[in-house]
Design a protein around this ligand. Structure first.
Ligand code: SAM
Length: 310
């Protein structure tokens, strides 16, 4: 299907829709973060890392809104994964918006945190960095092949506060009560889509996701059951589809006693919607946040911060 046909259903939803369509034709901007577990901020090591990577011809620009994130200005000339400092764990490549679910979760040292869909560990690594490797992070994923990459990243980044598990999120064992749970759910990934020269959609996933909304709802309800009363859950996806976003959070609000919280967001966002295709959602869904690629210059995202009430 042609991209204009595909995205037409979101025309009334996405602000500056024509600019959005146009933006899809450009390559996705690339970002990385400096890993302050290995290069503490304001240390000589941090400065040395910045100097060394630029000597290897990487042209970079700091992102003023999100600490320690840098945009790569010449991604066609240098691959971050080939930079020496990457192998040494001083850098981690991740899209800018991938930081937002972690910023919303706001993890702290000493807390017990569950990352239910964690591989390959971009957000796990950022949580470990923000908590200075002093939380207990359980990083779970359903897929063993992806867990292998997660473990490699944890090791490379010098993280010691993390253990890994392999469960379906919907069936993660009830027992431990977590302070915070992140559900960075499997999704259609529409926020990553780009457009090729003939109008074809690039980076579109296959069709093996028929029950995706059901899976997302199952994982989010289990996340609620795993967090302690008063604890925080963040639900995020990199897709635009309200059926994978607001509808999933709305489902939780109908099934459990939960409340959507606002949070201080460093990037431009649009409020979540309270109706889609004739179906009304809870009015508090407006407190969830939508991020579109042409506004944030990164992968499109959806983030909901939720509190378990009882
Ligand atoms: C969006 S990706 C997670 C990205 C990761 N949070 C990061 O920042 O690097 C979603 C992950 O969910 C995993 N997944 C899919 N179905 C799952 C399920 N039922 N339970 C737990 N994980 C699942 C996939 O293997 C995939 O790694």
């Amino acid at each position: 299907m042609d991209y204009k046909e595909y995205f037409a259903r979101y025309q009334g939803l996405i602000p500056d829709y024509e600019a959005f369509l146009e933006y899809l034709k450009s390559p996705m901007p690339q970002y990385f973060r400096i890993n302050t577990l290995k290069a503490p901020s304001e240390s000589p090591v941090y400065q040395k890392v910045l100097e060394e990577i630029q000597k290897q011809n990487l042209k970079i620009e700091p992102v003023k809104e999100v600490p320690h994130f840098y945009r790569v200005l010449n991604p066609n000339e240098v691959l971050i994964g080939n930079i020496r400092e990457y192998s040494l764990g001083f850098l981690h490549s991740m899209t800018l918006t991938s930081s937002l679910p972690v910023i919303a979760l706001d993890p702290g040292p000493g807390e017990v945190i569950l990352d239910l869909c964690a591989a390959p560990g971009g957000k796990t690594g950022l949580m470990a960095m923000i908590t200075e490797d002093k939380a207990i992070i359980v990083a779970n994923d359903k897929r063993l092949d992806r867990l292998t990459g997660l473990v490699a990243n944890i090791k490379r980044l010098g993280i010691t506060c993390c253990i890994t598990t392999r469960y379906r999120g919907e069936q993660f064992p009830i027992g431990l009560q977590f302070d915070r749970v992140l559900v960075d759910a499997p999704c259609t990934g529409e926020g990553r889509y780009r457009v090729g020269l003939e109008g074809e959609i690039l980076y579109q996933k296959g069709t093996g996701k028929a029950n995706l909304t059901a899976v997302q709802k199952g994982i989010l309800v289990r996340a609620f059951d795993l967090v302690k009363p008063g604890g925080i859950i963040v639900y995020s996806t990199c897709t635009i589809n309200p059926k994978e976003n607001e509808e999933v959070v709305d489902y939780l609000l109908r099934k459990r006693q939960a409340k959507i919280l606002d949070w201080g967001c460093p990037l431009p966002f649009n409020p979540g919607i309270t109706e889609w295709e004739g179906r009304p959602y809870h009015p508090d869904l407006r407190l969830t946040k939508r991020f579109y690629t042409h506004q944030v210059h990164a992968v499109g995202f959806f983030v909901a911060k939720i509190q378990r009430l009882v």
